[in-house]
Design a protein around this ligand. Structure first.
Ligand SMILES: [Zn+2]
Length: 331
């Protein structure tokens, strides 16, 4: 492997040299932090970058504006088509400095390393929970999110199948459903017009409704919320599939919600008290919103659940394996 040294200017790589300090390439950027990469000068030739809406390099042109190289990527950043022979590390999302490593086919993104084949970061986000409960997830919605910061219906529908395919827990839940001869619920993206509702599972038509207009935040935050929501509703689908006793009482409904909140990773706080509060509050809100419990009865009913291990999944449990099915003894 050839030695490469990088000379940085703030967040941007300005020059690359070899082990003898000989200049290999130099880069020109717009003059600002994370400023867009304009051109590369390498081997006596200058290449100019042309990006798509995501900031990925689609084409390189030379001094005469002739296209020398072109690239096509899938939604995860894998190069699926390429022409030209110019050495160029700035490809997918190259305009903000994603650095492609030819040998590993991965990307260096400053503090982290991203592997497009698996769609995951190889190290944890240094900022912690930015990616949701799974610190290694790196999801990119193919259709993006509208500038208002709200998920679009199209992005929601596309993302549902992506999550089932790529999120390890959702994938495991889907596999367990199949093993138990149940269909994977279809995802329906609906407008819920405010409120706290994230979504719901309907056993009548085996569908998961997702309130896409209530999912807000940055693209990453929305994806984190979305993944946890899908897991939550998939847990309900699996419980239904496994033929848990019909939900006839408030306490049984509370138990199912506690399972979904504690097994999905929605409440993965470090602090145990905080984790419990989150699970219990989530279960109370959900059952009251669905009309399954009365405000006045939830506190008393929750007491009955306290020592039921089938209702409370352990911290960092892996659904579906660690979740016992016999959960309503004596209820
Ligand atoms: Zn629920």
């Amino acid at each position: 492997m050839p030695v490469e040294n990088y000379i940085y200017d703030g967040q941007n790589i300005l020059e690359e040299t070899d082990e003898f300090g000989t200049l290999q390439a130099s880069y020109t950027y717009e003059p600002e932090e994370y400023g867009e990469l304009i051109s590369q000068h390498r081997g006596g030739k200058t290449s100019y970058y042309h990006y798509d809406a995501l900031g990925s390099t689609r084409q390189l042109t030379d001094d005469t504006e002739t296209v020398t190289d072109s690239y096509t990527y899938n939604a995860w950043g894998e190069t699926i088509k390429q022409s030209g022979t110019t050495t160029n590390p700035f490809r997918w999302i190259g305009n903000v400095g994603y650095y492609f490593d030819e040998e590993t086919q991965g990307y260096y993104v400053r503090a982290r390393y991203y592997q497009p084949q698996s769609g995951r970061w190889m190290t944890q986000d240094p900022l912690g929970f930015v990616d949701g409960s799974n610190l290694y997830l790196a999801y990119f919605v193919p259709n993006g999110i509208d500038p208002s910061g709200m998920m679009t219906k199209q992005a929601c529908e596309d993302f549902y199948s992506v999550v089932l395919e790529r999120d390890p827990q959702s994938k495991a839940l889907a596999a367990e459903l199949k093993k138990n001869k149940c269909d994977i619920p279809k995802g329906i993206c609906v407008e819920c017009n405010g409120g706290k509702a994230g979504g719901g599972y309907s056993d009548k038509d085996n569908s998961i409704a997702i309130c896409y207009d209530n999912i807000k935040g940055t693209e990453k935050e929305q994806q984190g919320i979305f993944i946890l929501l899908v897991r939550h509703e998939m847990i309900h689908a699996l419980d239904t599939c496994k033929g848990l006793p019909p939900k006839t009482s408030c306490v049984q409904n509370l138990c199912l919600e506690v399972r979904a909140y504690s097994c999905s990773g929605q409440c993965n706080y470090e602090d145990e008290q905080e984790r419990m509060n989150c699970i219990v509050q989530g279960a109370i809100d959900s059952t009251i919103a669905a009309g399954e419990c009365k405000n006045s009865e939830v506190k008393k009913e929750l007491q009955k659940l306290k020592n039921n291990k089938g209702c409370f999944c352990p911290r960092n449990c892996k659904v579906p394996v660690d979740v016992p099915v016999d959960i309503f003894p004596g209820m």
